[in-house]
Design a protein around this ligand. Structure first.
Ligand code: CUA
Length: 157
């Protein structure tokens, strides 16, 4: 098969461009230590979540005035705990992990959004200034019951 000279040059340029992009992508991913949103890069054995404190007792813990930590476990198709209640003005640090597949921890009305990967603990923080019933949804398709995977944050006046 005859390939004209300019065709060969352009094929070469295309391949070189793809190779350059690939090298830049991999280098930046390694250099900037890309991983799920977590300040500490916390990891957890997904098979032992139910035996690993504090995820053995998912729920809300008050750690200071108007300051809380909330430990959530995602699994098909639910979030534990299903509901927490806090007073308005509270800041909640959410620590979220998964025991099975990738989920998405999202509170659309609170601008909270984190990808939840088995083996990792994702951390995200929000201050709930206004009272209301905030819906936590799963925004990563995780199976047939994905649409039923939700929970509530009740913020009282
Ligand atoms: Cu969990 Cu979708």
């Amino acid at each position: 098969m005859h390939v004209p000279r300019f065709e060969k040059i352009w094929i070469g340029i295309s391949l070189a461009t793809m190779a350059a992009f690939f090298i830049v992508l991999v280098t930046l991913a390694i250099a900037s230590d890309v991983n799920p949103p977590s300040t500490d890069g916390l990891t957890i054995d997904p098979a032992k979540v139910s035996q690993t404190p504090p995820f053995d007792k998912p729920g809300l813990h008050q750690i200071g005035p108007r300051l809380y930590e909330a430990y959530y476990v995602g699994q098909v198709f639910q979030w534990s705990p299903n509901e927490i209640t806090i007073p308005a003005g509270s800041t909640v640090r959410f620590f979220v992990t998964s025991v099975d597949v990738v989920h998405g921890f999202s509170i659309p009305d609170a601008n909270v959004n984190a990808e939840i990967m088995p083996g990792w603990v994702s951390e995200v923080e929000h201050t709930f200034a206004r009272p209301g019933d905030y819906l936590i949804i799963c925004n990563q398709y995780c199976g047939a019951g994905h649409a039923n995977m939700y929970a509530h944050v009740k913020v009282t006046p």
